[in-house]
Design a protein around this ligand. Structure first.
Ligand code: HEC
Ligand code: HEC
Length: 454
């Protein structure tokens, strides 16, 4: 099936986790079922005016795009102010983001090394048009889960594993045979690991006014396991690809500003207890605050991108150097397959120059300006957003710090509507799979910027 036809069928399945999260968050905060229930009168945003605030029309500060947002490419513009050279690098980065990788050895040395196991052949197949992914519209073989993946891990079993977790050196203990995620594709001559299978149960919910809504509750299993049984204690976490806009600005928020909103034990009694994730940085070789991924499991865009090249496509980079990606010791055939490392690329499949360019691209996908801000329903909605306490987690605004070599991302007042912290969202949204400091019920507040385009 082509991406285009799948795109058309996207809306009915969008509920998870995006809109489902929104609905459940709304319900939990109005009828008070969730673990963290804001007390509206004390919430951080209670005193914010529902009227337009200075700069609010540009959620990405001066880096907000000035280009047309009335196109299918609304999420694909470069940061405003990126400069001539920046624009050129952004374009090359875009080409790498869209590049379809092939298995090694191939005549096109610059594009080979895919797999052996993989989820997608390009970054863009998951982050389609730089937007979000979706669960499969139907189960395999009618559709494939190309823009989502399942993370896999087991509870720690040995003292050595417990130590690794306690020192924040790893976020989770990988499933011993299948590794850190399920790869549902493989290059020719290799078996894919299995397929994601989703079933939905309708859950009726009664709102305060007595009306009812139906939420779809998904259950995930894996079919066609090709490398033997999963460890009996395997924990699964479904992840759809998040949108790519504004990420360089999120990365540029000084750590102290994020930490200022943490309140792990809810000392201020507002019903909200945000916590920061502390995760290992492979580059800094120490724990750092986590910002990226659904549980804030990754500290930087570079490390998120290196993780994607390795885990999602089986490609080596200067940060994650193993060319066979997520193939485990138990998958020897896969580990010994030919790879695409070349001298020209510094001994990697994705060399340092290409890697820096794709990271630069991921840092510079611009946020679109807000629309219809003075519409009566929008100002009313904003007031309700603050009254209900949404802003206690969806922190409206931050100011970025200095980003070396990228003045256009530096010192900008931005409006991402996220505190980037972990919150206990209750049983209904739990994946029951811890990641770093995040428990099986905690998720990072995502930035809802861009929902205007859904
Ligand atoms: C306790 C903190 C908290 C409060 C209060 C809260 N949210 Fe959220 N919100 C979250 C978290 C965490 C998620 C992600 C949940 C997940 O991944 O399953 C989320 C997800 C969302 C999403 C989906 C974003 C996306 O990109 O998928 C929207 C939209 C949203 N919330 C809107 C709201 C609104 C509107 C309110 C007020 C009625 C609200 N939230 C209150 C923490 C909160
Ligand atoms: C198989 C689908 C898939 C592919 C291919 C993929 N991603 Fe992602 N991407 C995801 C998912 C899923 C997440 C969320 C990860 C998590 O929660 O652990 C993500 C998260 C990210 C984030 C962090 C976004 C945020 O808001 O936290 C960045 C940056 C990113 N990807 C960049 C890339 C780049 C660069 C590539 C290509 C090298 C790529 N991705 C390839 C699925 C994919």
């Amino acid at each position: 099936m082509s991406l285009r036809s799948r795109e058309k069928r996207r809306l009915p399945v969008l509920v998870l986790p995006g809109l489902l999260a929104m609905c459940v968050a709304c319900i939990t905060s109005t009828i008070g079922v969730g673990k963290e229930t804001p007390k509206p009168e004390q919430s951080a945003g209670a005193n914010i005016s529902p009227k337009r605030e200075p700069g609010e029309e540009n959620p990405g500060g001066n880096a907000t795009t000035r280009k047309s947002i009335h196109t299918r490419d609304a999420f694909s513009h470069a940061s405003n102010g990126i400069g001539f050279e920046g624009e050129a690098n952004f374009k090359v980065g875009n080409a790498i983001f869209r590049k379809l990788w092939v298995s090694a050895p191939a005549s096109t040395k610059s594009s080979d090394g895919l797999g052996p196991l993989f989820n997608s052949r390009s970054c863009q197949s998951c982050h389609f048009k730089d937007g979000r992914g979706h669960p499969p519209a139907a189960n395999y073989p009618d559709d494939t889960a190309e823009s989502m993946l399942l993370r896999l891990s087991i509870p720690p079993e040995t003292d050595a594993q417990k130590k690794l977790l306690a020192e924040h050196r790893v976020n989770a203990i990988n499933e011993p045979t299948y590794g850190g995620q399920l790869q549902d594709f493989a290059i020719q001559g290799h078996d894919s690991e299995g397929h994601i299978h989703v079933t939905y149960e309708d859950v009726p919910v009664t709102l305060d006014d007595g009306s009812t809504r139906t939420l779809r509750k998904p259950a995930y299993t894996i079919t066609d396991l090709k490398y033997g049984p999963l460890h009996p204690k395997t924990m699964l976490s479904p992840r759809i690809a998040p949108p790519m806009i504004g990420l360089g600005l999120i990365e540029a928020v000084p750590e102290a500003q994020i930490r200022a909103n943490t309140d792990a034990d809810d000392k201020n009694g507002d019903g909200i207890s945000g916590r920061a994730n502390e995760v290992w940085s492979l580059e800094a070789e120490r724990p750092m605050i986590g910002r990226f991924g659904w549980k804030a499991g990754v500290p930087s865009i570079r490390e998120q991108s290196a993780g994607a090249f390795s885990g999602d496509m089986g490609l080596s980079t200067p940060i994650v150097t193993e060319p066979s990606g997520d193939c485990t010791q138990a998958q020897a055939f896969c580990r010994n397959a030919p790879n695409g490392n070349t001298e020209r690329d510094g001994g990697f499949e994705v060399g340092p120059i290409l890697f820096d360019l794709v990271t630069f691209y991921a840092q510079n996908l611009a946020v679109p300006p807000r629309r219809n801000m003075d519409d009566a329903n929008v100002t009313k909605g904003k007031a309700i957003f603050h009254e209900l306490g949404c802003a206690s987690c969806h922190t409206p605004s931050f100011t970025t710090g200095k980003v070396d070599g990228q003045p256009h991302l530096s010192n900008q007042r931005i409006w991402p509507y996220t505190d980037m912290l972990l919150h206990d969202m209750g049983d209904g949204l739990a994946d029951n799979r811890p990641e770093g400091m995040a428990t099986g019920q905690e998720w990072r507040t995502p930035s809802p910027v861009g929902h205007w385009f859904d």
